[in-house]
Write a new protein. Sequence first.
Length: 292
Amino acid sequence: MTGQIIVNVLLATGQLLPIALGFALIHRTSRCLHFAHGAVCVIAPYLALTFSAVAGFPLCLAVVAGIAAAAVAGAGIEFFCYRPMRRRGSSSLSMALVSLGLLVAIQNTISLAYGDGAQRLRPWAGGPGMEIWGGRITGLQVAAVCCGFGCVIVLAALERATRWGKAIRAVAINPNLARVCGIESSRVVLSAFLIGSGLAGVSGVWIALDVDMMPTIGLGALMMSIVAAVAGGHRTLFGPAVSLVALMAILQAAGLLIGAEWQEAVAFAILIGVLLLRHTWGAEAGLRLALP
């Protein structure tokens, strides 16, 4: 039983790490609660299904095309929606409401085009898998875990070793100072949306290959991404990654103790708790600075 729990935690973390990293990357640079990230996640597997079943692409090529389409869709949302709002001085609440509307609109469009029923992306039947640490996992799931943790390593290396990564960190820490130093914040934010949306598409594809897909599969992944990003902070990408591992372990334990149907409620409770603790710590820190 313990071995299967460990396997489940690793699998859930591996599948959700790309979308969580993408959400954290976008939020760090744009300060935007990008709820439409959950819809962008769904675009990739459904378009991959279209490219494979209708256009006759090989599955690997169809998946790559679907992820690329998700990346372009996310960048388009930033370019055509968020950027004009930011230039007009719109509030964060207004942008969040627009993002929520985009989530609903895209999800309903997919429902109209493909139906609300489950769709299968993989052309083969799932096998019994292999045994690891007393738990069972398939080769496809192993690939998802390796891909998820590989995304953390690659993004961390890019952030520390490239000019793009340094620009991302500069905009995340202080966008006004970054602009003074000659960094064009708007281009950095657009690149963050492009890469972050592509990562969301990666998660969508792995989930679809594992358990089939429905237009709503992005909602749960989005919620876990928000909890991980809030709990992990926005200083580095390792924070959300570590928070996601801890969150998945807590949810697996909650599923065993009180039932799997309560896992989302537990995730919301953790989010509320983290926000309350941060507010309390922030208030205490401000009080200590104010007192002589």
